[in-house]
Design a protein around this ligand. Sequence first.
Ligand SMILES: CN(C)c1ccc(C(=O)NN)cc1
Length: 327
Amino acid sequence: NDGSVTASPEDAYDSEYLCPVSIDGQTLALDFDTGSADLWVFSTSLPSSEQKGHTLFDPSKSTNWKALSGYKWNITYGDGSGASGTVGTDVVTVGGTSVSGQAVEIATKVSSAFVSDTANDGLLGLAFSSINTVTPKAQHTFFDTAKSSLSSPVFTADLKHRQLPGTYDFGTIDSSKYTGTITYIDVDTANGFWEFTGSGYAVGSGSFVSSSIDAIADTGTTLIYVPDAVVTAYYKQVSGASYDSSQGGYTFPCSATLPNLTLGIGSYHAVVPGQYINYSPASGSKCFGGVQSDSGIGFSIYGDVFLKSQFVIFDGSSTPRLGFAAK
Ligand SMILES: CN(C)c1ccc(C(=O)NN)cc1
């Protein structure tokens, strides 16, 4: 029951990656999110003003739909966006991986950020089921539901930079997708995230700074959010860079040459190409950085700008771990 599904960038800046998911034959484009654990979809139960532009799941058209009476969900993400609604189970298929009895959370309310993100028909959470928001009983993620039917209890992310489709694979580690060896690091599941301790950083050709960085691998977050020491050291090497409160982060002249950012994972040095860190135009001739401060979050977030530079293994075995390799 192993599977592979394309992950297509939603826009020119890879702000998110969308994957086709079939729910009893109804195919929606979902944002696979290793930073949350709810599978929720835009639905016919939303107010019509919130439905516009999205593909909607209609449970009344599903022969395998089973409503969970009295079950509800309500989620808020790190950027303040959120959604809520009701719950049922259905057959969910991702690439070649099909599971029955999967909890599907029907949105009856979504925040404006989701309404306006018309390419996004919902999220498929891939964090640990311990942070699923369904009450009165938390539900399993798609990966947890599928795990026992996979050749190996793993999924991998091979996200690409700019305009290229990548893939999420379930059940296998495709050795044609990476070079060199895989470095594994232990995961602390206490907060429900793929959370690990990074070993430090380097900016451009500068020397590596050993420091413990508490971070999560989050495919649902676009940028890299790291401690101020890292951010300061990075933008010190970018002429014309400065913190722009009106933009809510560091910007720099779009003509600037950006240094690579190396992030340590154990003894492995993961290199994020400088070009990936010129994230998008901000205003005028200024561009917005793909590396920003994690202050106020409580941990660092290694989001898509980092993850797309690597081949990443999410190992859901009895001792969960993360694997990283160059590609
Ligand atoms: C508004 N949208 C599409 C979001 C998608 C994902 C997230 C998130 O924090 N995932 N870990 C937030 C917002």
